[in-house]
Design a protein around this ligand. Structure first.
Ligand code: SF4
Length: 219
């Protein structure tokens, strides 16, 4: 199936009640062959109105950070775990997340990114449960996800959180600037698992993460 066909299916989805209250479905946008996918939790008010992910102040900040690594919005894919805005930005119900999850899996399966960057604690929890963002931000983690197989994730603070809490702003920028190195290490790793840097850290961290649902910190 071509990505556009998948997008059409998502736009017409009515699998949960969130579609009754949102303005429109926000499937995500960007390069369907992207190396990097950025994933947040769900659309907010601006996204719901415009039908695009990460617009408004947080989106501007994300674009600013992309420019730090020589990229534009159209070079990457940007989306959310949840495609419809929960009313009043309330937390989504487990059944809503469960209903929407297969779309996320289909998108990842089709785009096959080298790296998935999780924006914020909520998105992190969907893919890397039982972790603390204060501990693993700026670290690459690899996890086996039943629907998509082994995938490397990289966790960042949410751009909106960094806008509200000035102290997170520089941390987020510093973590963001490490993304090209992470991609480089993933590419090296294809030849010899994780490459020297990754292997070293993997060895050190292996035991620590073994018990945590096979989530491995890479570097
Ligand atoms: S939130 Fe997801 S599952 Fe629910 S209606 Fe929207 S696209 Fe469908």
């Amino acid at each position: 199936m071509q990505y556009k066909k998948l997008e059409e299916k998502i736009k017409f989805c009515r699998k949960c009640h969130l579609r009754d209250t949102c303005t429109q479905v926000v499937p995500g946008e960007g390069n369907f062959n992207a190396e990097i996918m950025f994933i947040g939790e769900g659309p907010g008010e601006n996204e719901d109105r415009q039908g695009r992910p990460f617009v408004g102040a947080a989106g501007k900040f994300l674009e600013e950070m992309l420019s730090l690594i020589g990229k534009k919005r159209e070079d990457v894919f940007i989306g959310n775990v949840l495609k419809c805005r929960p009313p009043g930005n309330r937390d989504p119900m487990p059944e809503e997340v469960a209903a929407c999850w297969p779309w996320m899996m289909d998108q990842i399966e089709m785009i096959r990114p080298k790296l998935i960057v999780l924006l914020g604690r909520h998105a992190m929890e969907r893919f890397l449960p039982n972790q603390k963002i204060s501990k693993i931000h700026g670290q690459a983690m690899r996890r086996e996800i039943p629907e998509i197989g082994r995938q490397v994730f990289y966790v960042l603070y949410h751009p909106a959180a960094a806008l509200y809490q000035g102290s997170l702003r520089e941390i987020l920028k510093a973590d963001f600037k490490k993304i090209p190195k992470v991609i480089e290490a993933i590419e090296k790793g294809k030849k010899g698992d994780l490459g020297d840097e990754g292997n070293e850290v993997e060895k050190e961290e292996k035991n620590r993460f073994e018990e945590e649902d096979k989530q491995e910190a890479l570097f």
